[in-house]
Design a binder for this molecule. Structure first.
Ligand code: GLC
Ligand code: CA
Length: 589
């Protein structure tokens, strides 16, 4: 292979999903059709034409299954039913049909690391120690400390604070749950459990015409079933950070390959995008996403969402200052790791588990927020891989106002951290931890992404005619779809244009090689995309003051687009949050 051939991302078999723009819908907060305060599938169906007009190719619907909603549907009590507040199986079938009618596709969220504790499988499993489904979950006897106190079988800290083990009085054993105690982990080592998952969670929906899945917590299905203790990093506590104890376990690739062969491949070119945590080694990531590995189409690398978070799981919500070089390193790493391989990558900066990108990475101050949203759009649409957009990102929705109190926050994870800090304050361990956590939540909480979608300036932002399950953003009269649809300079109009440009320049933007410029610069993020003779230069100012970039980079190129109407090729100055894309002429292919 010549060096220039190595420098390009393969189009491979040109799977439909590579060039797709995928839009994530969080059903509770998208559109309420019947005034009960909860978004629903009929509401989403109403908005399919809107998504089509935006330039979306695929809708990713976050969990809409039957669920007691401890973790907003990521605790599924029946894979084959729909939460009544969201609709019915027939509504999902109608949604598939509506998407297909517009030439779009629909993917669902596959939540198969755990079920709800209300799932029939777990109900049976917990009913007695010799129930045939006992080993579909992980049950272990207690451990005792020196004073004879009963202790969880290992020292693992779970994602939502507290131990990963909960005691079951009835059968006198602990069960494992990496997340809430209402989300017991399935035992994938049990072949019958795997078969049941494939049938009930995967095939059931592919049979109803869905086009693929976002695969939740994709590298946690294979556990180290001898359950060794996690290394002690905090001697003051029994529970310890333990993520390494369950990510990328010994049989994970075998399981994913089996699911691919048995449940996915028979349905043709089904797309899967896995949520991949804690896997920093690109070589290892390729084992998941290499086409020849036949496991997943692609994965999300969560690093971009971790910017500004504390290092350890325990300190996740302790806000950290961050530098632009950190973002550059992350983007460069996951943009380039597939070059010269048969793998594929993703581009995203928002989802339902993170604060809004404008508020976190740029500025949500009134004078800068629209520019910021457009600048981030310029960054995203020029990235290699499949592009993901989160609901509301296209209108530049921002974080909840900072003066909202903890009562407005609903997420089990954030509230778990807040409560834990409250206990630490009460015990005198760390007197101002609660204030620090609250400060972190104001920027980082998962809640920010879950506020009702802002459709117009009528009460409740046109999301609902009732009282929404989460408070509507105070600024909805200013930031909403209707207002932006009528304005050619709006963030929404900008995204529409950008998504079209992304398709027009697909070889360069979606498949091109990524090269970072001027790494050390903490104010501007500049990079080149290239493929064959074609090149694009992207220059982005991440500050609220004027910055320069090196004019020589743009020599011989023409300005394709900018988020400032007055930008000129001659100017090597970038205004606050200005972004531009330059290209070589004739480089569309
Ligand atoms: C994933 C989801 C998150 C959920 C967790 C447990 O990380 O994105 O929202 O809480 O899985 O299912
Ligand atoms: Ca509703």
């Amino acid at each position: 292979m010549s060096p220039s051939a190595i420098q390009t991302v393969p189009t491979g078999t040109n799977n439909w999903w590579k060039e797709a723009t995928i839009y994530q819908v969080y059903p509770a907060s998208f559109k309420d059709s019947n005034g009960d305060g909860w978004g629903d599938i009929p509401g989403l169906i109403e908005k399919v034409p809107y998504l089509h007009s935006l330039g979306v190719d695929v809708v990713w619907l976050s969990p809409m299954y039957e669920s007691p909603m401890h973790d907003m549907g990521y605790d599924v009590s029946d894979y084959e039913k729909v939460l009544p507040a969201y609709g019915t199986v027939a509504d999902v079938e109608n949604l598939v049909e509506e998407c297909h009618k517009y030439g779009m596709r629909l993917i669902l969220d596959l939540v198969i690391n755990h079920t709800s504790d209300q799932h029939q499988w777990f109900q049976e499993s917990r009913s007695s120690r010799d129930n045939p489904k006992r080993d579909w979950y992980f049950w272990r006897p207690p451990r005792y400390d020196d004073e004879g106190n009963r202790m969880p079988p290992t020292n693992y800290r779970g994602y939502f604070a507290g131990s990963t083990w909960t005691w079951d009085e009835h059968t006198q054993e602990y069960y494992l749950h990496l997340y809430a105690k209402e989300q017991p982990d399935l035992n994938w080592d049990h072949p019958d459990a795997r078969k049941a998952i494939y049938d009930s969670a995967v095939r059931f929906w592919l049979d109803r015409g869905v086009d693929g899945f976002r695969v939740d917590t994709v590298n946690k299905y294979s556990k180290y079933t001898d359950f060794p203790d996690a290394p002690i990093t905090d001697p003051k506590s029994y529970i310890q950070p333990a993520i390494g104890m369950w990510c990328n376990g010994p049989r994970i690739h075998e399981f994913l390959r089996e699911m691919y062969d048995e449940a996915l491949a028979p349905y043709g070119d089904v797309v899967t995008v896995g949520e991949l945590a804690n896997t920093p080694d690109p070589g290892h990531v390729l084992q998941y996403v290499g086409a020849s590995a036949q496991q997943l189409s692609m994965v999300f690398h969560l690093d971009i969402g971790h910017i500004g978070m504390g290092e350890s799981l325990e300190d996740k919500y302790i806000l950290q200052p961050w530098r632009l070089t950190e973002m550059k390193s992350i983007v460069t790493k996951w943009q380039t790791f597939v070059e010269g391989t048969d793998g594929w990558t993703t581009a995203f900066c928002e989802n339902h588990d993170n604060g809004r990108s404008v508020s976190r990475f740029a500025s949500d101050a009134p004078e800068f927020r629209e520019r910021s949203a457009k600048m981030l759009a310029l960054m995203m649409v020029t990235m290699t891989g499949t592009l993901f957009l989160y609901q509301g990102q296209e209108i530049g929705m921002i974080n909840a106002p900072r003066d909202w109190s903890i009562e407005e926050y609903k997420d089990i994870e954030g509230l778990g951290y807040h409560r834990e800090a409250q206990n630490q304050v009460a015990r005198g361990v760390d007197p101002n931890r609660q204030e620090r956590i609250m400060d972190g939540l104001r920027t980082l909480a998962r809640d920010h992404a879950r506020l009702p979608m802002q459709w117009d300036d009528t009460p409740q932002a046109g999301f609902s005619e009732g009282i929404p399950w989460m408070r509507t953003h105070d600024l909805y009269p200013e930031i909403n779809v209707r207002r932006q649809e009528g304005d050619p300079d709006s963030v929404l109009s900008f995204w529409k244009t950008m998504l079209h440009l992304r398709k027009e320049y697909r070889e360069l933007f979606i498949h091109g090689a990524f090269d970072l410029l001027d790494y050390e610069n903490q104010q501007t993020f500049c990079f080149v995309k290239s493929r064959g003779e074609s090149r694009a230069l992207v220059v982005l100012n991440f500050t609220e003051t004027e910055q320069c970039f090196q004019a020589k980079w743009a020599t011989g190129m023409r300005l394709l687009v900018s988020n400032y109407p007055e930008s000129g090729v001659a100017s090597e100055r970038l205004g606050p949050y200005e972004g531009r894309i330059y290209v070589f002429d004739n480089c569309t292919e």
